[in-house]
Design a protein around this ligand. Structure first.
Ligand code: AR6
Length: 179
């Protein structure tokens, strides 16, 4: 599914983010930047051990929830990996929505700062961190769409969704944004 916003576009694809050949790949990390399962494990496996070394050297204190840090792409074709930390879902009253929005916003600002045009996001927080997909998709897509309306730099933001349920959730939200 492809939708144009301003001079840029949002794409939804079903697949594995580690195979995407875009300027930036975003990781769904934890605040210790310690690696883990899910998309974090897959990205570290594909990018190689240099990435963990770089994280430990450059960010020994980790990364706060709602923010993101930058490393090289390692063995991936991407120039950068952004390690974003989304919130753990705790029922919705612990500022989860603000923190998730802030994680996406930080990545979009960092992309502009690094003069990149194309970026791939996974569905941050909706795996191990249990954020409901429909609520997370709403925040992710609206935050990105709003940024694209005003960005001269960004050309493509692709959400790479790993399973049909998540893809369907994002597609339903994106459709509602078209009317
Ligand atoms: N490509 C794209 N999406 C993927 C991939 C992949 N290769 N693998 C999994 N997903 P999660 P979180 C999807 O749990 O909820 C880690 O242990 C997955 O199906 O990876 O933000 C970290 O170290 C789901 O839809 O991230 C943290 O401790 C989405 O990516 C914690 O999990 C996010 O699921 C972060 O939890």
């Amino acid at each position: 599914m492809i939708v144009q916003f301003g001079s840029a576009r949002i794409e939804l694809v079903l697949g594995d983010i580690t195979t995407q050949q875009l300027d930036i790949i975003v990781n769904a990390a934890n605040s210790q930047l310690a690696g883990g399962g899910g998309v974090d494990g897959a990205i570290h496996d594909a990018a190689g051990p240099e990435i963990m070394k770089e994280l430990r050297q450059r960010y020994p204190d980790g990364c706060p929830t709602g923010s993101a840090v930058v490393t090289s792409g390692g063995k991936l074709t991407s120039q950068y990996i952004f390690h974003a930390v989304g919130p753990i879902w705790q029922g919705g009253s612990k500022k989860e929505s603000q923190l998730l929005e802030s994680a996406y916003q930080t990545c979009l600002s960092l992309a502009e700062k690094h003069q990149c045009k194309t970026l791939a996001f996974p569905s941050i927080s909706t795996g191990v961190y249990r954020y409901p997909v429909d609520l997370a998709a709403e925040i992710a897509l609206r935050t990105v769409a709003m940024k694209l309306e005003s960005s001269d730099e960004l050309e493509l933001v692709r959400f790479v969704l790993f399973d049909q349920g998540t893809f369907g959730g994002y597609a339903r939200v994106l459709e509602t944004m078209l009317v």
